[in-house]
Design a protein around this ligand. Sequence first.
Ligand code: SF4
Length: 92
Amino acid sequence: PRIEEKLYQNRYLVDAGRPHVKIKNQGEPTPELKTLVNVCPAGCYAITEQGKVEVVPDGCMECGTCRVLTAETGDLEWNYPRGGYGVAFKFG
Ligand code: SF4
């Protein structure tokens, strides 16, 4: 099956009002920050009409890609979701 069908089997519990990934950089987005729009496997990042980057971490798979790519820039505040929230992977 296609990867999207596999991913669909994962369950995700949104911790409403407490996003675990936030964008700290409110100024001009760094190239690293813009890259996340294309590399996040869950499609959590988008470019706004104002040219800013926004994140909606619902569906985040906690792969850590965005965290690693912005480790030097400090663009993000990244925490694991609280216990019980976030992604629940289904294997097999
Ligand atoms: Fe996307 Fe991975 Fe970052 Fe979650 S941890 S927002 S899935 S790049």
